[in-house]
Design a protein around this ligand. Structure first.
Ligand code: SAH
Length: 352
């Protein structure tokens, strides 16, 4: 069975025309799908026979809420979804003054290996389909009743490691017949995969590129991010400069502050030098303490920010949301996996 929600409207139109249907039927089906309908039987403006034909050929994805946490502090909602094959992924819904923002996952797990990140501890299991990315937006909006105006691809996974599906997802979520979320309301975050950045530059999409930099010098960056061994920080800065020249879009640099690793004044000075000639925004992130990691949060966040600003670099400190609900970076999935493993160990020992 084909995954109907991963199809663009024009592909769906071709399919229906091939089935001998009028082209406008595709728009009707597409509108139902993007409104969150999960059963062809509910598509009441289609004939019964067409609904049956569709149900024989196509599958409609619909994740189940495996767990939901709501922050008492700021209303952040975190979903753990169970996909059809039993895998789980996370989505976080945050309330900001400028609108509600959803942070979605692009893969089940991640193979990039950043040393401070919980999402990558158990490696990558598989890529998400475009429909599974769309579903995170669709169903967190439907379940929470919070209209979503912004999307960040900053959940579990590396978007450039699943770029074809990510681009197709962007087409879906951007379409006027669907959720109609503008590219300028979407951010894509990468750990620095240079060919991915280049492909995005070629496409010239109006989304915001976020680069997880975390260190301005190669020795430090290699220590915390294995991707730096494939594309080192000099190549990465070159790609960023080209990206800016090509798209005219300001890049946002993520920088998680780690105690004694990347938080010195010298590193702030070097970072400012590397960014010269390109309007950039540095987002300083207080490191989330991940149990599996030896790294600790820096105590120099404010000093580092001041130092960057003294060089004329715009730097903000990311406000931490959902502090009471494991709301970041694969922590909920990690915990659910551990609980599941613990349960099966226990079940195993009871059997023994
Ligand atoms: N793979 C993409 C997107 C997912 S990670 C990327 O690397 O950009 C989203 C952001 O969270 C990245 O900037 C990542 O480096 C950061 N991050 C991961 N673990 C973190 C932690 N323990 N504390 C703070 N930020 C973290």
């Amino acid at each position: 069975m084909k995954d109907i929600k991963s199809m663009t409207l024009s592909e769906l139109t071709d399919e229906l025309v091939d089935m001998g249907e009028a082209g406008f039927r595709a728009r009707q089906v597409y509108t139902w799908l993007h409104g969150g309908v999960t059963d062809f039987a509910q598509m009441s403006n289609l004939s019964k026979s067409l609904r049956q034909k569709l149900a024989q050929r196509y599958d409609i994805t619909a994740p189940k809420v495996a767990r939901k946490q709501v922050s008492q502090l700021d209303g952040t909602v975190k979903y753990l979804w169970e996909l059809r094959d039993g895998n789980c992924i996370e989505t976080v819904l945050m309330r900001y003054h400028h609108g509600n923002t959803v942070c979605i996952s692009t893969q089940v797990g991640c193979r990039m290996g950043c040393r401070f990140c919980a999402s990558t501890v158990a490696g990558k299991v598989r890529d998400l389909t475009p429909s599974e990315m769309l579903d995170q937006v669709l169903f967190s909006q439907l379940d929470s009743g919070m209209p979503i105006s912004n999307i960040v691809l900053m959940g579990i996974g590396e978007p450039t490691d699943n770029l074809d599906n990510v681009l197709r997802f962007l087409d879906l979520v951007n379409s006027p017949e669907g959720l109609n979320i503008g590219m300028r309301h979407i951010s894509l975050s990468t750990c620095g995969v240079v060919p991915g950045i280049e492909r995005l530059a070629e496409l010239g999409l109006q989304l915001t590129l976020s680069v997880s930099l975390h260190a301005p010098d190669s020795p430090t960056r290699s220590r915390i991010m294995p991707v730096n061994n494939a594309y080192d920080v000099e190549e990465l800065f070159d790609a960023c400069h080209r990206y800016f020249r090509k798209t005219g879009r300001r890049i946002s640099f993520e920088y998680a502050m780690i105690d004694g690793v990347n938080d010195s004044d010298e590193q702030a000075d070097l970072l400012a030098r590397k960014l010269r000639g390109m309007p950039a925004h540095v987002n300083l992130i207080p490191l989330n303490d991940v149990v599996e990691s030896a790294f600790k949060p820096s105590r120099r966040v404010a000093a580092f920010q001041k130092r960057l600003e003294s060089h004329g670099v715009t730097a903000t400190v990311r406000r931490s949301l959902g502090g009471d609900i494991d709301a970041s970076c694969g922590q909920l999935r990690r915990r659910a996996m551990q609980e599941r493993a613990g349960r099966s160990e226990k079940e195993g020992s009871e059997e023994a």
